[in-house]
Each structure stands twice: as structure tokens, then as C-alpha cells.
Design a binder for this molecule. Structure first.
Ligand SMILES: Nc1nc2c(ncn2[C@@H]2O[C@H](COP(=O)(O)OP(=O)(O)O)[C@@H](O)[C@H]2O)c(=O)[nH]1
Ligand SMILES: [Mg+2]
Ligand SMILES: [Zn+2]
Length: 320
């Protein structure tokens, strides 16, 4: 499995001395303050001067904070990170900065890939990108298909079958039927999960129902069949049954960060059984002679859609 590589400036570094401090977990980031869950409450914290500039906390970070008499606090230490979800920033015309990384969340136990079948329509290419990112970060994935009420044709079952072969659990939800939320609630319980997906698929709606919060929900445009972007930064909220869930901003594009072209295919669990048979050790599985992945495709062991998504991602990685 690939190692969880982090850009240098994101590597956690300790700072701070021996004063009384408490454990905490970053719940939200603002320009020069952050919100930290610590000892059962959310504390508004400043960043210790020595932390500033060297390292910016991200949502999910384990930190140590020192409380102030006014009830606020100061972050003094950011603990080393594991299982970090990173994306490559959209590279519109900014070729030189094309591989700039954005850390979405740290110390994540579960990546919930949220997608609706309609409004907005299902984009399996985006789902597969998130799955590859999860594999890269070694975060177990779960797929949540939302808006089952808009699926009279049973498309959900087809999606479930397609991903069952990859051993990735698929749940379905409809916010109008509370009983559909039980399995999701169970899956999130006790761990730190991050919900990702195109804007408008219903991430915030699900979390509002699971927590009783009233975070702002987007109006889905009727003509355009697309969601509007509302959640602008990641936000970690506490679940009533224990654990935390991170609501992420709507993502229209998600580029992989820190993946070498030759290791991309290894991030597809359905491709893995065929990767050892290729004639070339660094085969990219395009049109190399003796490629066993292409043979598996021709034999119908892997799907055209997954392979097409792989080629698209590979092309992007080679451009960077
Ligand atoms: N029909 C239907 N609409 C839903 C469902 N879940 C969410 N929505 C609607 O989808 C829109 C976008 O929801 P939101 O939670 O803001 O999506 P987010 O951008 O992924 O956080 C809102 O108008 C919700 O009311 C569902 O299960 N069925
Ligand atoms: Mg939202
Ligand atoms: Zn090959």
C-alpha cells in the first residue's frame, strides 16, 4: 500500500512548553482563530505565535490547548497527522501551481462518499476519484447514495451491485424516511468520518438529521438540476451517539495529490488482482504489450467505466 505522503509544510511539528494543557480536536478553521472540541465543549482558540506560519491546523487535527481565564484558549501543539485527506487544487490555467495541495481533513477513520442519483445526477467518475483518494490515504471508504425518493427505477440496486464487487459498502438514504438513516448513523458512530461529494447531494441535510443541528442547506436549482455551493469550509460536528462527522465544502473537482502515475492502478481494488501479470514492471496499462489489466478489461473482469476513469486520472497525473 502507498504511504501517506504529506507535503513538507503540512507535516505536524510540536511547539509549546510545559504549561497545563488539554487534548483537543480542531472542529473548524477561521482566518486567525479555530474552534476546538476539548473536554466536551467547543473552545474558540487562537494559535500560539510559534505555530503561526510554520503550520496551519486543519479540521480533524489533534491538538493541545491552554485555556485562558476568559473561556477561550490557545493552540500550543499540533500532533502528528495520520490518514490525511488531501486534494490537488483545481488547476484552471495556473499550470505552475497545478499540484498545490489542500488538506481537507486529518486523522480520518472513514471516508463517506456521498452521491445522489438525480439532482444532481450521479457522477461515478467523481465517486471513483474519492475512492482512489481514500485508498491513497488508507482511509476505509463507504458510499452513501442519497435521495432514494428520486429513484423510482431502482438504479440504487445497480450501483450497490457495482460496488459490492469492490467490497465497498453502499448505503442508501432518503431524508423523508428516518428509517433509512439508521445504517448510516451506525456506520458513523464512535469514529471520525468525513462526508465528501458534489455540492447539493445532501451531505449537510444528512448531518443535520443525525445531529439535530440546523446547518444551512442548499436549494437545488430546478432548471439546472445542480446543487448550489453553501458549506464553504470543513466543519466537524459531534454525533449524539459518539464520534464526529466532518461536513466538507461541496467539491466539483477533486484531483489526486501525491500519487505517482505508476502506482495509480494499485489504488483500484478491482484492478489489483491483474497488476502482477503485466510484461513491464512500471506498466501504466494503456497500450503496452502483454498488459494483463487490459486483458482483464477485454475479458470483462473489470468495467469500462472504472477503466475509463482510471485513464482520465492517469492523464491528469501525467500533466502535473
Ligand atoms: N428529494 C430529496 N432531496 C434531498 C434529500 N436530501 C437532501 N435533499 C435536498 O438537496 C438539497 C441540497 O442538500 P444539502 O444538504 O445542502 O447538500 P450538500 O451540498 O451536499 O450539503 C436540499 O434542497 C435538500 O433539501 C433527499 O433524500 N431527497
Ligand atoms: Mg453542505
Ligand atoms: Zn499493464
Amino acid at each position: 500500500m502507498p504511504k501517506n505522503r504529506m507535503p513538507k509544510n503540512h507535516q505536524a511539528a510540536a511547539a509549546g512548553g510545559g504549561e497545563e494543557s488539554a487534548e483537543g480536536r480542531v472542529a473548524a478553521m477561521y482566518a486567525d482563530r479555530c474552534l476546538v472540541w476539548s473536554e466536551g465543549e467547543e473552545v474558540v482558540c487562537a494559535m500560539r505565535g510559534r505555530l503561526k506560519g510554520r503550520l496551519t491546523p486543519v479540521v480533524g487535527d489533534r491538538v493541545r490547548i491552554v485555556r485562558n481565564p476568559d473561556g477561550g484558549g490557545t493552540v500550543t501543539v499540533i500532533e502528528p497527522r495520520t490518514r490525511v485527506l488531501i486534494r490537488r487544487q483545481a488547476n484552471r490555467k495556473r499550470i505552475s501551481r497545478a499540484s498545490e495541495a489542500q488538506v481537507l481533513a486529518a486523522n480520518v477513520d472513514l471516508l463517506v462518499v456521498v452521491a445522489s442519483l438525480r439532482r444532481p445526477p450521479l457522477r461515478t467518475g467523481l465517486v471513483d476519484r474519492f475512492l482512489a483518494a481514500a485508498a491513497m490515504a488508507e482511509i476505509p471508504p463507504l458510499i452513501c447514495i442519497t435521495k432514494l425518493d428520486l429513484d423510482p427505477g431502482g438504479e440504487f440496486e445497480a450501483v450497490r451491485e457495482a460496488y459490492a464487487g469492490l467490497k465497498i459498502p453502499v448505503l442508501g438514504t432518503d431524508i423523508h424516511r428516518a428509517e433509512t438513516l439508521g445504517p448510516l448513523s451506525d456506520a458513523l458512530g464512535g469514529s471520525v468520518s468525513v462526508l465528501v461529494g458534489h455540492s447539493g447531494v445532501g451531505k449537510t441535510s444528512l448531518l443535520n438529521l443525525l445531529t439535530g443541528l440546523e446547518m444551512e442547506v442548499a436549494e437545488v436549482g430546478f432548471q439546472k438540476d445542480r446543487g448550489r455551493h453553501t458549506t464553504s469550509t470543513a466543519r466537524m460536528i459531534r454525533l449524539s451517539g459518539g464520534g464526529f462527522a466532518i461536513d466538507s465544502p461541496g467539491i466539483r473537482e477533486f484531483g489526486l495529490h501525491g500519487v505517482e502515475p505508476a502506482e495509480l492502478a494499485g489504488l483500484y481494488p478491482d484492478f489489483r488482482p491483474y497488476l502482477d501479470g503485466c510484461g513491464f514492471r512500471d506498466c501504466l496499462h494503456l497500450s503496452e504489450p502483454g498488459c494483463s489489466l487490459v486483458a482483464a478489461l477485454k475479458a470483462g473482469h473489470i468495467t469500462e467505466a472504472r477503466y475509463a476513469g482510471y485513464r482520465k486520472l492517469l492523464e491528469e497525473l501525467r500533466e502535473v
